[in-house]
Write a protein that binds this ligand. Structure first.
Ligand SMILES: C[S@@+](CC[C@H](N)C(=O)[O-])C[C@H]1O[C@@H](n2cnc3c(N)ncnc32)[C@H](O)[C@@H]1O
Ligand code: SF4
Length: 430
């Protein structure tokens, strides 16, 4: 059977999945456990019950071995490894066998909760082969951190970034752009950013606070203009420190490579709540930790949803992530219709002041500041119309397991008409 033919209701085995990859893939591992829940966070995670982490990591290793057995990474190994969560640093000893089992050719990155960014724990991550870390700073204001109900203070976040910089060639720090929750705290974000530039962080990621309806924080209105203004001010501050804007939300030290949690071209996700993009197919694993473990124990791939995008949809997906990094290059896209569509649309984007020809790269275009603002708005639309409803649907698996993710109320998610349409081709692999 042609593995790229539109999938019907057929069993998706590791071998058929391997056939869907249209080139080299990176590996993503999801660790769905946190010791405490931050009320603004939409990611898939639970507070672990007794014995659950041991059973979960055993299943994760089994899932990884199934893909290795099918030859997914090819002879060269996975192009990169990214371990995210949840809190990937919560059970380092349980994570170790899986990381050791994966052949990885390039960068190995992991998210680090600031309280776990101690010299001893960071040394252990280095010894395990990690080359890049992302520290979840959010803010250096204790008031803002208390408002976000973070499980650490500013001193712990600062110490974690400094300890990481002394050990890794690539340290990213996450900030929340608009967490200043009242006028008394206005200016906090820019002061935080300045501190990270002073510390010499290799990359700073500045995310807007996304308000998913199902989280304890619930939905809230975005102040679009204020977000644009904060990003513009961040861009000017970055320039004074010699930092470069390398994507909509990231600023990099000029000598540092980019740390790319979300723009990897192809990736295979493993673990509860992990997703995969293989070039023409988008796949989502079960979110429910017990549902995930049971599927793996029964010898199945733990897949919950499958969207066959085809060559056209796959190339459109590539164009979307290309634009995230501030660049558009039609000739690098793998579908003739998408290439032609982009070429036809580029003069309009130039006329609208959203992109400009890249003087350093013939045929490529760079997003202007206005283009970045428009992309920022597009990301918000995608987040609330596609990602939030998908994750809400998937998080209801926890309720079926006895409500262990008590923080998530999928029923409070905003209803989106567009989701009712685009979710129709989503299949449930058997
Ligand atoms: C999985 S967490 C990082 C690892 C660790 N659990 C921690 O909190 O430090 C990944 C990042 O997502 C970002 N994040 C979480 N919830 C968010 C939201 N509602 N909007 C925007 N960014 C969010 C935070 O910046 C956080 O550092
Ligand atoms: S922000 Fe990090 S620590 Fe907080 S709930 Fe989300 S994954 Fe867990």
């Amino acid at each position: 059977m042609d593995p790229h033919a539109a999938p019907g209701r057929r069993t998706l085995t590791a071998d058929t999945l391997a056939g869907l990859c249209d080139g080299p893939v990176g590996a993503y591992l999801h660790v769905p456990f946190c010791a405490r829940i931050c009320p603004f966070c939409p990611y898939n995670k639970v507070i672990p019950r007794l014995g659950q982490p041991e059973r979960y990591f055993t299943a994760l290793l089994a899932e990884a071995r199934r893909h290795l057995g099918a030859g997914v990474p090819g002879e060269a190994g996975f192009t990169s490894l990214y371990v995210g969560g949840g809190t990937p640093t919560l059970f380092p000893d349980l994570l170790r066998p899986i990381v050791e089992a994966l052949p990885v050719a390039g960068e190995r990155a992991i998210e680090v909760l600031p309280t776990h960014g101690t010299p001893a724990r960071l040394d252990a991550l280095r010894e395990l082969g990690f080359t890049a870390v992302s520290v979840g700073v959010q803010s250096f204001s204790d008031d803002v951190l208390a408002h976000l109900k973070r499980p650490h203070d500013a001193a712990a976040a600062r110490a974690a970034v400094s300890a990481a910089l002394a050990r890794f060639d690539l340290v990213d720090a996450d900030l929340i752009l608009d967490a200043e929750y009242d006028d008394a705290h206005a200016g906090t974000f820019l002061r935080d950013l300045e501190q990270l530039f002073e510390l010499g962080a290799h990359q700073v990621s500045t995310y807007p606070l996304m308000r998913f309806g199902y989280t304890p924080f619930g939905p809230a209105h975005h102040e679009r203009r204020r977000e644009h203004e904060l990003l513009a001010q961040a861009g000017r501050l970055a320039q004074t420190y010699g930092y470069q804007r390398r994507s909509v939300w990231t600023f990099n030290h000029p000598n540092a490579p980019s740390y790319t949690s979300i723009t990897r071209r192809r990736y295979l996700g493993m673990g509860a709540g992990a997703s995969s993009f293989l070039g023409r197919d988008f796949l989502v694993n079960h979110f429910g930790v017990e549902t995930y473990i049971a599927a793996v124990e029964q010898g199945r791939l733990p897949l919950a949803r499958w969207l066959h995008l085809g060559s056209l949809g796959g190339a459109a997906y590539d164009a979307f992530w290309q634009a995230y990094s501030g660049r558009l290059c039609a000739s690098s896209l793998g579908n003739r219709a998408v290439r032609a569509g982009l070429r036809a649309g580029l003069p309009l984007l130039v006329a609208g002041g959203l992109v400009a020809p890249d003087p350093a790269d013939d045929g490529s275009y760079r997003l202007t500041e206005r283009g970045f603002d428009s992309y920022h708005d597009l990301e918000r639309w995608v987040t609330y119309h596609l990602i939030e409803p998908l994750w809400a649907e998937m998080l209801s698996e926890h309720a079926a397991e006895g409500g262990r993710a008590g923080w998530a109320s999928p029923g409070r998610t905003r209803r989106r008409r567009v989701w009712a349409v685009v979710s129709r081709p989503l299949r449930r692999p058997v």
